[in-house]
Each structure stands twice: as C-alpha cells, then as structure tokens.
Write a protein that binds this ligand. Structure first.
Ligand SMILES: CC(C)(COP(=O)(O)OP(=O)(O)OC[C@H]1O[C@@H](n2cnc3c(N)ncnc32)[C@H](O)[C@@H]1OP(=O)(O)O)[C@@H](O)C(=O)NCCC(=O)NCCS
Length: 216
C-alpha cells in the first residue's frame, strides 16, 4: 500500500454529490489547471453586477497563492471547486481575515456558483465542506460580507448559523443605487460543528438535498 503524506491525503479528498435536480457534481480542492475557468467564472458573476463586490476578477496576492496551491496548511487557506459536466461551476475559498496575529482566528469566506447551477443545493454542499475545513484549520470564527439585496446568499449563510453582526449603510453602489452591506459571522466552536453536521444529516433525511459521499 502506498503511504500518502498529509498533504496528498487532503488533496485527494473528493466529495461526490447529487444536486436537488439529480445532477451529479463533485467538490474537490482546486488544481492549478482550473485557474482559467475559475477566473472566467468570477468575471461572469461580476458581470451580473448584483452579487460580488468587484467589477472584475482581481489577481490579488491572496488569489495568486490560492490558485498556485489550493490547500496551504501553513497559511491556513483553501480553495474548493464544484465540477459538473467536466467544467468548474463554482468555487469556495477561505483564508485568514488578516495574516497578522490579530485576525488569524477568523476565516474570511467567499463562495460563488455560476448562474445556471444555482438554487439546487450546490452552495449548501460547498459551504458545509468549507466550514468543516475552517474548523479543521483551527479557525474560531467565519466571516463574510454580503450585499444586502443578495437574499439567496443571506439565506444560505443563515442556514449554517451565521448571524448579522453589522451593517454598513449605502456601502455599495449597484447600477446607481446605493445598497447596504451586511457583515455576517459564525462562531465555529464545537456546538456549531455539531449543528452543521446535524444539518447535513437533516437535509439528507428530508430528501431535500442528497448530501455527499466521502471517499476518503
Ligand atoms: C449565494 C450562492 C453561493 C448560493 O449557492 P446556491 O447553490 O445557489 O444555494 P443553495 O441552492 O445551496 O441554497 C440557496 C438557498 O437560498 C434560498 N433562496 C433562494 N432564493 C432566495 C430568496 N430570494 N430569498 C430567500 N431565500 C432564497 C433557497 O431556497 C435555498 O435554501 P433551501 O436549501 O433552504 O431551500 C449562489 O447562489 C451564488 O453563487 N450566487 C452569486 C454569487 C454570490 O452571491 N456569492 C456570495 C457572495 S457573499
């Protein structure tokens, strides 16, 4: 039997899932070969104007590092992709809010699914997996900034126990309208871990969302 090191074992973790409409998809860590598709997807979602804070994909140093190495245990960051029909249809990422000591307990999250693949449970599956990773990487809190008109995202985060921690009034301009930004946070203590494990089981039992099989 070939012994895998920790990094190889983590990188080989793939989750095989079925969406609410019966479509199969997988969630896995991103590969550098996915970079172009991830960038194109982000640009397509930016072009919708309604959901993301930026107008286009910006290759920040954090993104450079994530695209080059999708799991970095030392920097405590991870980039997951959802793949269906051999295409990347969504991604979810986390990295420390700040790389210094003051914010290293907080995981800053981002998630985006291409338009045709929304509302069929893919975001739920990805966020569940990402939050498991946040706990494994010893984060104590998860944090996300959501545009107040993005009801679907707010509903998704609330489903996992995120609460509204603050609101920046008229913070974002979308098509000449000023919209609030909502700061949402999730306390990642053991109680919440148990809660979202229980939620996964609940969705599975209710048959609303066929949860994913772990192969490793
Ligand atoms: C937000 C996003 C990640 C959610 O992923 P998704 O795969 O569409 O979400 P899911 O299907 O798993 O769950 C969406 C939930 O929102 C609910 N929902 C959808 N539209 C809603 C609305 N207008 N109001 C309230 N809830 C809504 C759905 O009913 C579903 O909840 P349920 O599973 O309890 O029925 C995805 O839609 C997306 O990428 N949007 C564009 C980019 C974005 O907004 N990213 C987040 C930025 S913070």
């Amino acid at each position: 039997m070939i012994a895998l090191n920790l990094h190889q074992r983590i990188a080989s973790q793939v989750r095989y899932c079925t969406a609410k409409n019966g479509s199969p998809f997988v969630i896995r860590t991103a590969d550098p070969a996915d970079s172009q598709e991830i960038e194109q997807n982000i640009m397509a979602i930016c072009a919708e104007q309604e959901y993301l804070h930026t107008d286009t994909f910006v290759r920040t140093s954090e993104w450079e590092a994530l695209l080059a190495q999708s799991i970095d245990l030392q920097r405590r960051q991870i980039l997951l992709v959802a793949v269906a029909d051999e295409s990347v249809i969504g991604h979810a990422r986390l990295f420390p809010l700040w790389f210094g000591s003051k914010g290293r307990h907080v995981a800053d999250l981002g998630i985006a699914i291409l338009k045709p693949w929304r509302d069929i449970g893919i975001g739920t599956a990805m966020l569940g997996y990402l939050l498991e990773w946040a706990v494994r990487l010893d984060y104590l809190k998860a944090s996300v900034e959501v545009i107040a008109t993005n009801q679907r995202a707010i509903s998704l985060f609330r489903k996992f126990g995120f609460v509204e921690e603050g609101r920046r009034l008229n913070h974002i301009r979308i098509n000449d309208t000023y919209v609030d930004e909502i700061l949402m946070g999730l306390d990642l203590n053991q109680k919440h871990l148990l809660l979202f494990q229980a939620q996964e089981r609940f969705f599975y039992l209710m048959g609303r969302y066929k949860t994913c099989h772990r192969l490793s």
